[in-house]
Design a protein around this ligand. Sequence first.
Ligand code: LMR
Ligand code: SF4
Length: 524
Amino acid sequence: MQQFGQSVYQLIVEASSNLPGDVRRAIRQAREREEAATRSGLSLSTIAQNIEMAETNVSPICQDTGMPTFIVHTPVGVNQIVLKQEIREAVRLATKDGKLRTNSVDSLTGANSGDNLGPGTPVIHFEQWEQDDIEVKLILKGGGCENKNIQYSLPTELEGLGKAGRDLDGIRKCILHAVYQAQGQGCSAGFIGVGIGGDRTTGYELAKHQLFREVEDRNPIAELDQLEQYIMDKANQLGIGTMGFGGEVSLLGCKVGVMNRLPASFFVSVAYNCWAYRRQGVLLDSETGSLKQWVYERGTDVPMKDATEEVAAAATSDNSMSVNTDTDEESGRTVMLTTPIREEDIRSLRVGDVVVINGEIHTGRDALHKHLMDHDCPIDMNGGVIYHCGPVMMQDKDGEWHVRAAGPTTSIREEPYQGDIIKKLGIRAVIGKGGMGAKTLAALKEHGGVYMNAIGGAAQYYARCIKQVNGVDFMEFGIPEAMWHLQAEGFTAIVTMDSHGNSLHADVDKNSFEKLTQFKETVF
Ligand SMILES: O=C(O)C[C@H](O)C(=O)O
Ligand code: SF4
């Protein structure tokens, strides 16, 4: 079994850096359905570019490599204690090599273990089976989409949909509502796993395990297959789009499982996975642990752009986010800004404008925002840009830090702090994804600021825009939560909340809610 550890390491690298073929096909189909010049269309082309870059760089598709969750099937007689130790060691090595982000945080102290190991991390399920080989499956599901998981207890009343009873139609309403409530915050368009029944624990587990099905498979239970097809049709009429920008494609997959329940309980659990649907598996020889075959089609066999696109890409600027300046209601202007940014430049921006930023930007997320509410900031942020991002960073032998992956995190978590911090520090722009709320929108108007949505998950695309790491503060918060001072060049994002009270996120939420209400009547 001496090759088992190496095979698991290979699995981790593959899952983190090479999006599987079935997922890539789903994203390609989404691109064919979206107008190329729309915000969703542009986002999908950036996502496609990022997928290819991650494979080429053998680096994380998204900086958040999530909670590594392994499902291991072994023949009777295999020593699972040894396998568990080898899996943990493979996780530690992959983290050291920058293939996984340091994602294991002490829930009481906030301390980051630094090696992805700790109580409850990684998650490893073992099960014996009748086959001769060992199968190891892995899913890397990030925190932002995990935060959009949701569990319903039937019967219930659902906003926009009314009563949801203890039947297939009530389940239908829960699933549609689950897609609506996620909006773009979990990096839509997503893939959902649904667990019907069980208790609260096994219901959620069933939902997550549905995510190990193939994107293109069909449900063997006829009424669940019918439900899956219905959801794929109607969820894509909600108009949430990629990143919640509005658009034709809001859901890329729906997989429903069912199990028995208690008489008193009727749970519908939804595991929402982002477009960066990173799951892979390996079949291993149970004597040597050597890799015999991949469980899911590898992404290498499904390129993200076809020949025509190569030509088209070559013809335009290398920046796939740039939009033409002839304005239709979707695409705005492209504006170049250098930090520190003047108030008048910010007040001239409107929702829909694409901004290209050059100059120093600073990362900051949950721990930093909480800290800055009642502590001074170590640097002058006047005219500055805060980037909601927890990067994957590597230090070289000279002690220099390098960005390995640097996409945005979900901004709504900073809503309790952001408005106050914008005014306290004189910040002019906040970059993140998924949008922010009314309190931040009011502060942007009062102070003169904008919120810009970067493309969630495009961690390689944005890492390429970071030319240098100028320094770091608050390393005690751990790498993802520290305040990194980054020299950006060509950092592109879309204005989705401006200083005139406009919010694309509020508009899409309102429009998609109206669309949701059209599905109130009984179907099943
Ligand atoms: O933690 C992150 O870097 C991103 C997170 O997965 C999110 O979607 O907010
Ligand atoms: S940032 Fe987006 S793509 Fe990355 S893990 Fe979070 S939800 Fe998924």
